[in-house]
Write a protein that binds this ligand. Structure first.
Ligand code: RIB
Ligand code: CA
Length: 311
């Protein structure tokens, strides 16, 4: 079993990740923390509880976190995920209740309470994670690894150079990247490769199985909205944390651009030969992280489909 904590801004692809993490037999989903990102925190919480219902999950603690980024104003992505952040499909309200602890305390308690290593998997802006690192640094040191969906060593999506989760809160991302905790970055270099189309949504609908139907409806809603093949997105980071062999990872020095210019929120990943890097004072103290540069798309997609539909 692998012990995971997910930090989410549920959104549709966060939902794909939560469904998987709650249903895979080798994952012990210790808890989920919610943060402002794709949509506002209140809606993220509503969506997250709905998705855990759809996953037929057990009693997993869910906590509320930051209502906005550390410095910037919130900038939402409802054009991608719908006004309600979950495809505007009107899924039923959940009867689940929030854990009374704030996100940073839930993460601390789960890490401190686990006798086995814990992997923290942020799938959203890194505001909660930065606050946790600042509030409970001794607990943070006990994390086995942070496997985050965010950043890019190539193109952006929120801007020409910045990926949405990092762009939403660059200061938080910089704190996380400089934390010294082992980091795997599942970024846009692989994020868009893990595509879904109606062949797969039909396969899910044909299962005649509630979690599969929920997932299939989300896939179709996104295909209707975006009119191009969608990505399983955030799910890929959870798959990478569970089965690292499904991705190719390259160690790179990486830093976050927190300047207030056109590249704000970009992750600057250094691919130059070491000799060139050593001559560059700007990068000398940049942390080395594992950057996902390729994934086994077919294996990751099949893993998700089979896990969603497992009885
Ligand atoms: O850039 C993609 C990321 O932004 C994903 O986590 C998606 O859910 C949004 O939060
Ligand atoms: Ca997300």
């Amino acid at each position: 079993m692998k012990n995971f904590i997910l930090d989410v801004d549920t959104g549709v692809d966060d939902a794909f990740a939560l469904l998987f993490a709650a249903r895979h037999p080798e994952i012990n989903l210790l808890g989920v923390t919610c943060v402002d990102g794709n949509t506002n925190l209140k809606q993220v919480i509503i969506n997250t509880l709905k998705v855990l219902d759809a996953a037929e999950a057990g009693d997993i603690p869910v906590s509320a976190g930051a209502t906005r980024p550390l410095i910037d104003e919130p900038r939402y992505a409802e054009h991608v995920h719908g006004a309600d952040g979950l495809g505007d499909l009107g899924f039923p309200e959940s009867k689940r209740t929030l854990d009374p602890r704030p996100a940073v305390e839930l993460i601390r308690d789960l890490v401190e309470g686990s006798s086995e290593p814990v992997t923290l998997i942020p799938l959203a802006p890194l505001t909660n994670i930065a606050l946790f690192l600042r509030a409970f640094p001794e607990s943070a040191k006990k994390l086995e690894r942070i496997v985050l969906m965010g950043g890019s060593a190539s193109i952006g999506n929120a801007t020409a150079t910045a990926e949405f989760n990092i762009w939403h809160d660059p200061e938080a991302a910089a704190i996380v990247f400089q934390s010294g905790i082992p980091i795997t970055m599942y970024g846009l270099d692989v994020f868009n490769d893990l595509t879904m189309n109606r062949t797969y949504s039909k396969r899910l609908m044909d299962e005649n199985h509630a979690p599969s139907t929920f997932a299939g409806r989300l896939v179709d809603a996104m295909l209707d909205r975006l009119e191009y093949e969608i990505t399983l997105g955030d799910y890929g980071a959870v798959a990478t944390a569970l089965k690292p062999e499904l991705s190719t990872q390259v160690t790179m020095k990486a830093m976050v651009d927190t300047t207030f210019g056109p590249n704000r929120g970009a992750t600057i990943c250094d691919r130059r030969p070491e000799a060139f890097q050593e001559l560059d004072p700007a990068h000398l103290d940049a942390p080395r992280i594992e950057v996902c540069t390729a994934i086994d798309v077919d294996a990751m997609r099949e893993l998700w489909l089979q896990t969603i539909s497992r009885r």
